[in-house]
Design a protein around this ligand. Structure first.
Ligand code: GAP
Length: 513
């Protein structure tokens, strides 16, 4: 999806009550968004899909809901106070702040895009005989762009790893990177910026009373590891799942709900015997990709190994999704070793070990983590779903439609009930009766305003998978038509079958592997 289409998707989200900019009447607040009536339904369904796949489908995974505020030492032990930084740079003329690595990545993307353009031109020129692999390996211009991109990427990764802020600045200067908005190249030095928001306890002044808003939900799981293990009598390997808010003072909060300052994570820590972590890491890679694939086409997803490992990880991979602005991280899967439990044990003085009866040994378990952003999941579902299409054999305003092909199990509204005319009391009464039958089972809408074609379009625009229409025949034989959103095909069914049909077709079990 190109930039224009992405803008239309963002506008659509606002127009149909999916996502609003936060504090809009006060000109908004950067990187913060509110979910509207349709948005909250879709988001809740995404969370339910994740929760059921992780907790309901695994006997050895249980859930918790830990607090956002935690003892400040937790963030010292986890490494976030010292190492949860991004390299930032200010433009002295525009006074705008940027992430140095993101500016450099932007240049790398431009080089890669130039190479791709050359390949596309050649593909057009040579037609069916075109051998892309050979062209990429031999064309001097393509080679120049790709080699340069690789060299810059390697140098940037090395600088990030070595904490070499001076070299990041040097790369920006050598590539003559300008402020994307003002064009100015008048940069400050690059400095590290801690991403945690802090606040203050009311009854303790100064540093002692400083609290952080959690930047990940994972630490609430680590510090409850023994509580959960003891109260549930789980045996290693077992997992703890949690969905909750996280906060990061992102330097650049851009691309709609992709990078926010307040967002939600769906995280699971899987505690394993030391030495088995790579086996479980590969297991969870496959499991999580299958979860995504159940609702997302395979060509829109890929794995990307991390070049720079976080301070707690010995292996890490992202599940990337092809967002409208390119392939980007949707989920992170990390092998976190015993770093977190080990460090909490050390700083708190409390033993966080597990006695493994199978091998008769006490140890600090290793952890494999899966962590997916709920908001990014929401954006990926909408990106996949959004379609502007021509309707075959239709004319006038019915000739085009905007449809959200959201997987039925995740759709905000499962079914709409539409009487074909609204000035006939008997028909409206029947439609209300059908609506009352459906609403205890799933979220439905009743709509009698405007021509039926228009009402179908309204439901298409919010992704409602089924519309039930009450017409003159209904009054004779208690049958209705049921219209399927994607094919627009209508079937006539008995009223007594409608609940069962919609339930079966929108059941989340259909996508749980
Ligand atoms: N506990 C590990 C952890 O937090 P992460 O890769 O920093 O790892 C996990 O974050 C996921 O959280 C990401 O894959 C992304 O989906 C989501 N996420 C991270 N920062 C975000 C932000 N600023 N806005 C929205 N989602 C974000």
């Amino acid at each position: 999806m190109q930039e224009d289409l992405f803008k239309r998707l963002v506008a659509h989200c606002k127009e149909y009550g999916f996502v609003y900019p936060s504090s809009e009447i006060y000109e908004g607040l950067g990187g913060v968004y509110d979910y509207g009536p349709m948005g909250v339904e879709l988001k809740n369904n995404i969370k339910e899909y994740w929760w059921r796949a992780m907790v309901q489908m695994h006997e050895n995974i249980v859930g918790i809901d830990s607090s956002i505020f935690m003892h400040p030492s937790i963030w010292k032990a986890s490494g976030h106070v010292d190492a949860f930084n991004d390299p930032m740079i200010d433009n002295k003329d525009s006074k705008k702040r940027f992430r140095a690595d993101v500016l450099i990545e932007g240049e790398i993307d431009k080089m890669t895009a130039k190479a791709t353009k050359e390949v596309e031109k050649a593909a057009k020129r040579f037609g069916e005989t075109f051998d892309e692999k050979m062209f990429r390996e031999t064309n001097p211009r393509v080679l120049e762009y790709t080699q340069k991109a690789k060299a810059v990427e390697d140098r940037m990764n090395a600088a990030m790893k070595a904490n070499d802020m001076a070299d990041l600045k040097a790369i920006i200067e050598e590539l003559e990177i300008a402020d994307p908005d003002s064009g100015s190249r008048n940069w400050t030095d690059v400095r590290q910026f801690n991403l945690m928001f802090s606040t203050q306890l009311g009854n303790i002044s100064g540093e002692e009373g400083k609290l952080y808003l959690r930047p990940e939900t994972a630490q609430g799981i680590f510090v409850n590891f023994l509580n959960v293990q003891k109260t549930t009598r789980q045996k290693v390997p077992f997992g703890i799942a949690q969905i909750g808010k996280a906060f990061r003072n992102e330097i650049v909060a851009r691309q709609f709900i992709f990078r926010m300052r307040e967002f939600e994570q769906m995280e699971m820590q899987f505690f394993v015997r030391p030495g088995t972590e790579m086996e479980w890491y590969n297991y969870w890679k496959a499991k999580r990709m299958a979860w995504h694939n159940a609702i997302t086409p395979a060509d829109k997803l890929k794995f990307k190994d991390h070049d720079n490992l976080a301070h707690y990880a010995n292996a890490a991979v992202d599940v990337q999704f092809e967002f409208p602005f390119g392939f980007k991280e949707l989920e992170g899967i990390h092998s976190r070793t015993d770093f977190d439990l080990g460090s909490h044990s050390q700083l708190s003085g409390k033993k966080l070990t597990y006695f493994d009866p199978e091998i008769n040994e006490h140890y600090v378990p290793y952890v494999v983590e899966t962590s997916v952003g709920c908001d990014r999941m929401f954006l990926s579902v909408l990106t996949n779903a959004y379609a502007e299409e021509m309707v075959p054999d239709a004319q006038g305003e019915d000739a085009n439609r905007l449809v959200l092909r959201i997987p039925p199990a995740l759709a905000p509204v499962k079914c709409a009930v539409l009487p074909i005319v609204r000035n006939k009391e008997e028909m409206v009464g029947k439609a209300r009766e059908v609506f009352d039958r459906l609403k205890p089972h799933f979220l439905c809408q009743y709509d009698e305003k405007d021509a039926v074609g228009r009402r179908y379009r309204r439901q298409d625009a919010i992704g409602t998978p089924y519309c039930v229409t009450i017409d003159f025949e209904t009054l004779e034989n208690d049958t209705v038509t049921i219209r399927e959103r994607d094919s627009m095909k209508q079937d006539r069914v008995s009223i007594s079958d409608v609940v069962r049909i919609v339930k079966e077709r929108t059941d989340m079990a259909n996508i749980l592997g």
